[in-house]
Ligand binder design. Structure first.
Ligand SMILES: *Cc1c(COP(=O)(O)O)cnc(C)c1O
Length: 424
């Protein structure tokens, strides 16, 4: 299953600024080539979940149909093959985020489970009443609610650092929120609702200077930015496979080995033990200590294929392509009367969140859907940030490596059409 695409074949000279051959990339994604309501699909809901390239689909098919057996337990051939592939996927993840050791890579269901694991297994045993957890206004509910649960359980206090009108974290105010009681900062790397890219390196440095730990929610960052957890020196980093062109139901928690070693298991059951008696059970070494039960090993292997795919094209190439698309999209959406973009950070990822005067986001989303354009409408699992900007909901177009300027033109045309329908 090494059908890795040759990196160079995705680059063509003179194919725009990014030098990426988008049509070739699109050919790798079967789901993009379909009609919706009689119109060619324009898929702009990538921040919710990304489509899968054929290499990922083929990998899943291969492991389910040819090399399938439970991992780690078997002495037989198929089990050993599956185990090797699972552990190779762990190595691919390690290299992808430049962790120092595969022992620091825990496979989980996704970002949400990774954050809950840290809340329950790292924070809950040691945090006391009055200890503080600091997040920001722009967090996804998955990086809010686990901390609220923890606060109820321990008496710890949740603090929230504010953002400015562009949706940028106010770093000075953030630093003022840090104090002797701060135990943990949990912050998104790239906001799913606004597109803001946070200065996580500075955040981590400031937080460490106050003796606290940092968890970075990397669900949106990992598909678009190169992430180096050692350079960042973050303590925990969480992301999901399905937003990275990989399967659903698989994700990653990176944590520094010394932290994982000191943490009690999150769940009990098969695979996470060393020895079990009714008197006392001893646990497996990290990372298996945190992988109770049969893991989603086919998913992990599929995510490994997705990582091969994006690194084959190159994250720099992808980022350039998405950046020029975002600029183009910002420009043409900005020309639509009554349209206001929510989230105008200077340092921003490929997310275009907006409101349109006179049309509710849900109505707009429905009209766009009729035109074959898939966007997300609503609060994007970030209700507090919607409140901060005084809007109940936005319409969000989120771009991926396979999107094109032409698709953004189709989005803009469909919005113009919606304005006509509403006689605006
Ligand atoms: C999607 C997302 C999550 C949650 O990821 P799941 O895969 O649903 O667990 C958390 N944070 C951000 C910023 C996200 O975009």
């Amino acid at each position: 299953m090494n059908g890795l695409n040759d990196t160079m074949t995705y680059r063509v000279s003179g194919s725009g600024e990014s030098g990426m051959d988008v049509e070739k990339v699109r050919a790798d994604f079967p789901a993009l080539h379909q009609m919706v309501h009689g119109k060619p699909l324009v898929y702009l809901d990538n921040a919710a979940s990304a489509q899968k390239p054929r290499i990922v689909l083929d990998t899943l098919q291969h492991y389910y149909s040819k090399e399938y057996a439970n991992v780690h337990r078997g002495v037989h051939y198929l089990s050993e093959q599956a185990t090797q592939a699972y552990e190779l996927a762990r190595e691919k993840v390690r290299a992808f985020i430049n962790a120092g050791d595969t022992r620091e890579i825990v496979f989980v269901r996704g970002t949400t489970e990774a954050i809950n694991l840290v809340a329950q297994s790292y924070a809950r045993p040691g945090f006391k009443a009055g200890d503080e957890i600091l997040i920001t206004t722009m967090e996804h509910h998955s990086n809010i609610v686990p901390w609220q649960l923890l606060c109820e359980q321990t008496g710890a206090v949740l603090k929230v650092a504010p953002v400015n009108d562009a949706g940028e974290l106010l770093l000075e105010a953030f630093e003022q929120c840090l104090g002797p009681r701060t135990r943990l900062v949990a912050v998104t790397h790239l906001s799913n609702a606004l597109g803001t890219i946070n200065p996580v390196e500075q955040i981590i440095e400031m937080t460490h200077a106050h003796g606290a730990r940092v968890l970075v929610d990397g669900a949106q960052a990992v598909p678009h930015l190169g992430v180096d957890v050692q350079a960042l020196d973050c303590d925990f980093y969480a992301f999901s496979g399905h937003k990275l062109y990989g399967p659903t139901g698989i994700g990653v928690l990176f944590a520094k080995a010394e932290l994982l070693e000191a943490m009690p298991p999150y769940q009990g059951g098969g695979e996470m033990i060393s020895e079990v008696t009714f008197e006392k059970t001893t646990y497996a070494d990290i990372p298996l200590k945190f992988e109770a039960g049969t893991p989603h090993f086919v998913g992990a292997i599929g995510m490994g294929a997705a990582i091969d795919y994006v690194t084959g094209i190159g994250l720099d190439t992808i980022a350039q392509h998405e950046h020029s698309l975002t600029e183009y999209g910002t420009q043409i959406l900005g020309e639509i009367p009554g349209l206001r973009i929510i989230g105008t950070a200077h340092h921003k990822g490929s997310i275009l969140s907006f409101v349109l005067e006179g049309i509710h986001a849900h109505d707009l989303g429905t009209i766009l859907d009729q035109a074959g354009v898939a966007v997300r409408t609503g609060h994007h699992c970030a209700m507090p940030v919607m409140e901060r900007f005084g809007v109940p909901a936005t319409t969000r177009a989120s771009l991926a490596l396979y999107n094109t300027q032409q698709e953004l033109d189709q989005l803009a045309a469909a919005i113009h059409e919606a304005r006509k329908i509403f006689r605006l």
